[in-house]
Design a protein. Structure first.
Ligand code: SF4
Length: 388
């Protein structure tokens, strides 16, 4: 038989491009750039001067998987709190400085892992670069040049008319050049915009014009749903091109949610080992159970599971057995019953009312057999689980 070439390559190219080669910086022990795994960061929402509240939130962020945390330093009281926070935080702390160059020195002296400056916002910043570069170099403290569409340099706003991708990039590279004049290159850059299209264009340009590690962010992305979509879309596009060394999802929601979304984005792209993954069908007219409810209950019951586990929750026998067989654990439902699959084999059939508890029990058994230490909230849930 003659085969007709459709012009398709025989071996499709990998979905993700090779990572862009960036120089590496060290943010308090977390390597950023230079091929290091993409790290997830967030920012506290507490008043930084309230040391206990800030450390409490940092502890919550650490527990959720956050690797680097940023704290805002708008006042002298906040700057004074930095030594205690930097010392007691379990993860590296970045001081976020707008308006006052003197707080940059305070943050470096306080032992912060890095300092973020926004050139558009720091008064007389350009005159202070020499001193900042020296203090940062002496202490081994990296600097993030963080340009934001909302606070772009007036000069560039006038030149470009608005915060275009070109304007954001020019602002960032201009500030980098001021540091470079003093031999300082321990820098990472962000060029954030609320519009993912502008943001993607800006980071693409930046990636071509320098080798600094890049901190990805869609700024003011909005409430959880919208912010998640915007961040996932923009980060996904860039990370698939190999661009991006650390990420911060910005949501109008508690910062732990930002971390969860950031980690999920990396997991979806295969850049992190996946944790719990629910493969559930969208349901349709053939569904014989309430798939939404089942999927939600299984997800809620296994939230925080510390092992990679794919659980298929399928509504009928059309695709159900196939997907359930492919997953580590799954159910194919029908006629008021659920066929439970473990590693491709049907292990039992249970009434619909017991599907959720059986899946949770089996998932915990698999996790325990793998030697994983279960978090407290999942311990003892096994056979006695109650699902409403
Ligand atoms: S698995 Fe069944 S119920 Fe779910 S979407 Fe597919 S056909 Fe519909």
């Amino acid at each position: 038989m003659t085969t007709v070439s459709l012009g398709m390559p025989e071996v499709p190219p990998p979905a993700l491009a090779e990572r862009r080669r960036s120089r590496q910086i060290n943010v308090g022990g977390v390597p950023v750039g230079g091929g290091a795994p993409v790290s997830v960061q967030s920012m506290t929402t507490t008043v930084t001067a309230d040391v206990n509240a800030t450390l409490q939130q940092i502890a919550e962020l650490t527990a959720s998987g956050c690797q680097i945390v940023r704290v805002a330093v708008p006042s002298a009281d906040d700057a004074e709190a930095l030594p205690a926070i930097a010392k007691k935080s379990q993860i590296p702390v970045i001081a976020d400085i707008h308006f006052q160059p003197k707080y940059v020195f305070a943050a470096i002296d306080a032992g912060c892992a890095a300092v973020r400056v926004n050139p558009g916002n720091i008064k007389q910043f350009d005159d202070k670069v020499k001193e900042i570069a020296k203090a940062a170099a002496d202490a081994g403290t990296p600097i993030r040049i963080g340009v934001n569409a909302g606070s772009l340099d007036k000069r560039l706003l006038e030149k470009y008319g608005k915060a275009t991708a070109e304007a954001l990039v020019e602002s960032a590279l201009w500030e980098c050049s001021l540091f470079e004049e003093h031999g300082f290159r321990d820098i990472k850059i962000s060029v954030k915009h609320h519009d993912p299209v502008v943001m993607i264009r800006a980071y693409r340009q930046l990636a071509q014009q320098c080798d600094y590690p890049l901190h990805l962010g869609v700024t003011e992305a909005g409430p959880t749903f919208q912010g998640t979509i915007k961040s996932a879309t923009a980060f996904g596009a860039l990370l698939a091109e190999g661009i991006g060394d650390t990420i911060r999802v910005s949501l109008s929601a508690p910062p732990v949610e930002e971390v969860k979304v950031g980690i999920a984005i990396l997991e979806s792209l295969g850049m992190r080992e996946r944790g719990l993954e629910i493969v559930s069908c969208p349901s349709c007219g053939r569904a014989q159970v309430d798939v939404y409810k089942l999927a939600e209950e299984v997800h809620a019951g296994l939230d925080g599971l510390p092992v990679p586990l794919r659980v298929a929750v399928m509504g009928c026998v059309v695709n159900g057995p196939g997907e359930a067989r492919e997953a580590d654990l799954g159910v194919a439902s029908g006629n008021g019953k659920g066929q439970i699959f473990v590693k491709g084999e049907v292990i039992k059939t249970v009434p619909e009312s017991q599907i959720v508890e059986t899946l949770i029990e089996e998932a915990l058994r698999i996790a325990e057999e793998s030697g994983a230490e279960l978090p407290e909230e999942l311990r003892g849930l096994g056979p006695t689980v109650e699902v409403h």
